[in-house]
Design a protein around this ligand. Sequence first.
Ligand code: SAH
Length: 344
Amino acid sequence: MTPLEARLLNEIEAGNPISVERYMALCTKQYYASRQAFGRGGDFITAPEISQMFGEIIGAWLANLWQRADAPPHVRLVELGPGRGTMIADILRAVRGTPDFNAAISVHLIETSPALRALQAARAPHAIWHDSLDSIPDDVPMMLVANEFLDALPVRQHVRVGDAWTERMLTARSGRLVFDPDTGPIRETAPARNECVARVAARIAARGGAALFIDYGYGGYQPAVDAASLQPEGDTLQAVKDHATIDPLAAPGESDITAHVDFASLARSAAGAGTIVAPVRSQGAFLCALGIEHRAAQLGIGLDGEAAHAVASALRRLIAPQAMGETFKVLAFRSPDWPPPAGL
Ligand code: SAH
């Protein structure tokens, strides 16, 4: 039993019910504060950890958009949840090729985990760290990027019991955590995610700029769909430990708990806050439109068998539909005075 599970069982015993939403928030906080989560030795591997090409392409996307937005002299480049700092390092290396953009940006990293901040500092020594968006000045346009950040913010689950929907909770049975109720149709909402996207969008609408969120999830942007319509996916809560999927209740605080991102809902939040939202596209289509295959060919020049194979296989993992290419999606929005971003 993990220390967090013991604490939660005590709370339940004392008569305090725990929602799935609060459970997920507590697990995630504990997990990122204490574990070396990512990379080949960690519990899971993310796109920037697969290949430098991912961050480089995003760096080129940022520099290109900034140039077409008439090159504002100062912009705040913000990353939400930078993990090991790999993506920001690859972005910063790529944008050195655009000296004007490089000179215009100040780098701000939003990260709550002290352990991860230390790793990020080794990769982006000139960055400024924040607990949230609130402490980042909103004096100049903002360009914000986030990869696999939203999936870690908690979902709320609702279960249908008879004719009514009730919030799904956790209770204790035989000394272990169980879902309550444990059967019935489930739907998810994610108020914390909608709030996060809406706050980013409100700031961009007011001050200029653009945001790019990449994550795994479902739903194209359908402005006509009723906001209250049921999300069709049901229960998407999942936990990963040591590269294997486990029961989300099995190791609270020691497994990576995430849930699918409802992109249509987040696109509505961004549009509602006054930004222009690009059609939601798959990661594979986005990266290919931006030329990742050419970048891979360039990286492969002069490499021998094994190294060339590594580049080709990283490319496949990022863009192939049966790998990350389709499951991962891209949500981008901009202020009305900025041009449409490339690749969408
Ligand atoms: N973007 C990285 C890491 C993804 S994991 C990559 O692609 O590899 C999620 C990241 O979000 C971690 O850095 C975690 O510490 C951070 N995080 C999770 N919840 C957060 C919150 N509420 N506020 C700020 N950062 C958070």
